[in-house]
Design a binder for this molecule. Structure first.
Ligand SMILES: Cc1cc2nc3c(=O)[nH]c(=O)nc-3n(C[C@H](O)[C@H](O)[C@H](O)COP(=O)(O)OP(=O)(O)OC[C@H]3O[C@@H](n4cnc5c(N)ncnc54)[C@H](O)[C@@H]3O)c2cc1C
Length: 445
C-alpha cells in the first residue's frame, strides 16, 4: 500500500493509529501541535526528578494498552500485580485493604471484603447485594447512560459509608467523577470489566518507568523505524475535502492526504473537521472536561513501605511512591493523585502544601516527623471529559460523514471510560477503518 495518511494528534490514540497504519504500509505523517508527543501522558524534568504530569495506572483488563506495550517492547516498565491487592489507609492511619483470592468471579472478592476494615459487617453485606445487582446490568443498554451511578447506588441500599469506602474509591479514580455525577453505564463497564466478570481483571499495574519511557519515546522510535514522518509544533487548522482525498491545512503549509485520522481532543477535532463531516462542535462541547491534580512531595527519608495506597476519610484519595520511577536515590518521593479535583484545581500551591503535608502526616506518621525537601503541584484542567449521564449519546463513532476522514481519541464511542485503554482502542479502530476503505479501493490504498 502506498496511500498517504495524515494522523492529527500525538497522544495515545494518534500514536496507536499511526503505528497500525505504518505497519500496514501506508505513508504516515503524524502532526502534533505541541513540542512533544504523548498528549495527556507525558514526563518532564524538575530538580533532578523525572516527573509524570499525573500518576497513570492500568488494570489487567486493559488488554489493548498492555498489548501496545508488548509491541513496543516495554512490558517490563509496568509492575502488574499477580493478584489484585488494594491497600487502603484510614483517616486514623490504620491500614486495611481489598484483595482477591484465586476463586472464580465474583467469589474471588468475598474473603477480602469480609475482612475490609473500612466498612462495618452490615455495610459489607449492603455492598454484596448491590454488586450482585450491578453484575446483571448491561453497560450497552442506552437507558443506563441516562442515570447517575450514585442515584442507582442509593436505590440499591447504599449509604455514605459504602459510597466513600468502596464505590467512590473506584469510581472517582476510574471515571474522574463522584458516583453521583457519573454515568451508570460507564460505572457498570468499570465494575463489571475490572471486578465482577473476571477474577483477574482488576490486578493493578503501576508504571515502573516514566510515561515517556513506557510508551511515548518507544512509539516515536517504532514509527520512525517504519518510515513514518513525525512533525512537532504542527497545529492543524483545518482539514478540507479535495477532489481526490483531503488537504490538511497548517499555518504555513498544506499537506495532501488520501485519508486523515483526527486524534485531537473533541473541541479541536470539531474546529478542524469540515462541516460536511458532521462533527458537531455543539454536541461535543456537551462532553465537558474534568480536572486531575497531582501533589508531589519529596521527603528527606523514606516514610512508608507501601508502593501505593488508596485512602478513606481523607482528601488525599490515592498516594503513590514515585521514588524509583523518578530516579531519586535518597529519601522518598510521594505523589498524591486527586481526581475529580475541582476543589483543588485553582488552590495556590502553599495551600495545597499545608493541607496535603498535614494529611500525609496523619496517614503516614513517619511523614509528620520527616522534612519535606521538595513540593510542587501539577494540574490538568481537562484531564478527561466529564463522564456524566447523557455523555454516551454525545460520544461520536469514529466514522464521519466523509469516507476517509475518521476520528480517534479516548472521548470517542469506545464503550470505555476516558483512559489510556480507551485511547488505544480508538486508535486501532480508526486505523482499521482507513485500512478497510483502502482494501475496498476507496482511497489511501
Ligand atoms: C493527570 C492525568 C491522569 C490520568 N490518569 C489515568 C490513569 O491512571 N489511567 C488511565 O488509563 N488514564 C488516565 N488518564 C487519561 C488518559 O491519559 C487519557 O485518556 C489518554 O491519554 C487520552 O489520549 P488521547 O490520544 O485520546 O488524547 P490526548 O492525549 O489528549 O491527545 C491529543 C493530542 O492532540 C494534540 N492536538 C490538539 N490539537 C491539535 C491540532 N490542532 N493539531 C495537531 N495536534 C493537536 C494534542 O496536543 C495532544 O497531543 C489520565 C489523564 C491525566 C491528564
Amino acid at each position: 500500500m502506498t496511500g498517504r495518511v495524515v494522523v492529527v494528534g500525538g497522544g495515545l490514540a494518534g500514536l496507536t493509529a499511526a503505528c497500525d497504519l505504518a505497519d500496514a504500509g501506508f505513508r504516515v505523517t503524524l502532526l502534533e501541535s505541541r513540542s512533544r508527543l504523548g498528549g495527556a501522558t507525558f514526563s518532564f524534568r524538575r530538580d533532578g526528578l523525572v516527573v509524570d504530569n499525573g500518576q497513570h495506572v492500568l488494570l489487567r483488563c486493559c488488554t489493548e494498552y498492555r498489548a501496545l506495550l508488548e509491541r513496543l517492547g516495554t512490558t517490563e516498565g509496568i509492575d502488574l500485580q499477580d493478584r489484585f491487592r488494594m491497600p487502603v489507609l484510614l483517616a486514623d492511619g490504620r491500614l486495611t485493604g481489598l484483595g482477591r483470592t484465586s476463586a472464580p468471579a465474583p467469589l474471588h472478592l468475598v474473603p477480602g471484603l469480609a475482612r475490609y476494615g473500612a466498612l462495618s459487617p452490615a455495610d459489607r453485606m449492603r455492598v454484596v447485594r448491590a454488586a450482585a445487582a450491578l453484575r446483571l446490568l448491561d453497560p450497552d443498554d442506552p437507558a443506563l447512560d441516562e442515570q447517575s451511578f450514585g442515584d442507582w447506588l442509593t436505590r440499591h441500599g447504599q449509604n455514605s459509608a459504602t459510597l466513600s469506602a468502596l464505590w467512590n474509591l473506584i469510581s472517582v479514580a476510574a471515571l474522574n467523577c463522584d458516583a453521583h455525577e457519573a454515568s451508570l453505564a460507564l460505572a457498570v463497564t468499570v465494575f463489571r470489566t475490572a471486578l465482577l466478570d473476571r477474577a483477574d481483571g482488576a490486578d493493578i499495574g503501576v508504571p515502573r518507568w516514566p510515561l515517556e519511557d513506557l510508551h511515548v519515546r518507544p512509539a516515536e522510535k517504532y514509527l520512525i523505524a517504519r518510515g513514518a514522518e513525525i512533525r512537532l509544533r504542527s497545529a492543524v487548522r483545518a482539514v478540507e475535502r479535495g477532489r481526490s482525498g483531503f488537504t490538511v491545512r497548517l499555518d504555513d503549509e498544506n499537506l495532501p492526504a488520501d485519508a486523515v485520522v483526527v486524534a485531537a481532543p473533541p473541541d479541536a477535532a470539531a474546529r478542524m473537521c469540515p462541516d460536511a463531516a458532521g462533527v458537531s462542535a455543539a454536541r461535543l462541547s456537551g462532553l465537558g472536561a474534568a480536572p486531575i491534580v497531582n501533589v508531589h512531595a519529596v521527603f528527606e527519608r523514606p516514610v512508608t513501605d507501601l508502593p501505593f495506597a488508596a485512602t478513606v476519610g481523607s482528601p488525599a484519595q490515592w498516594i503513590f511512591d514515585r521514588t524509583e520511577v523518578a530516579g531519586l536515590t535518597e529519601g522518598q518521593y510521594l505523589a498524591v493523585s486527586l481526581s475529580a479535583a475541582r476543589t483543588w484545581l485553582d488552590a495556590p500551591a502553599p495551600v495545597l502544601r499545608e493541607v496535603f503535608l498535614a494529611e500525609l502526616g496523619r496517614l503516614l506518621p513517619a511523614a509528620a516527623a520527616t522534612p519535606c525537601t521538595q513540593f510542587f503541584v501539577t494540574r490538568e484542567r481537562r484531564a478527561t471529559f466529564r463522564q456524566a449521564p447523557g455523555t454516551g449519546r454525545l460520544r461520536p463513532r469514529p466514522e464521519t460523514r466523509l469516507p476517509g476522514l475518521v476520528l480517534a481519541g479516548s472521548w470517542t464511542a469506545t464503550g470505555w471510560p476516558d483512559t489510556m485503554e480507551g485511547a488505544v482502542r480508538s486508535g486501532h479502530r480508526a486505523a482499521d477503518l482507513v485500512r478497510d476503505r483502502a482494501r475496498a479501493g476507496g482511497g489511501a490504498g
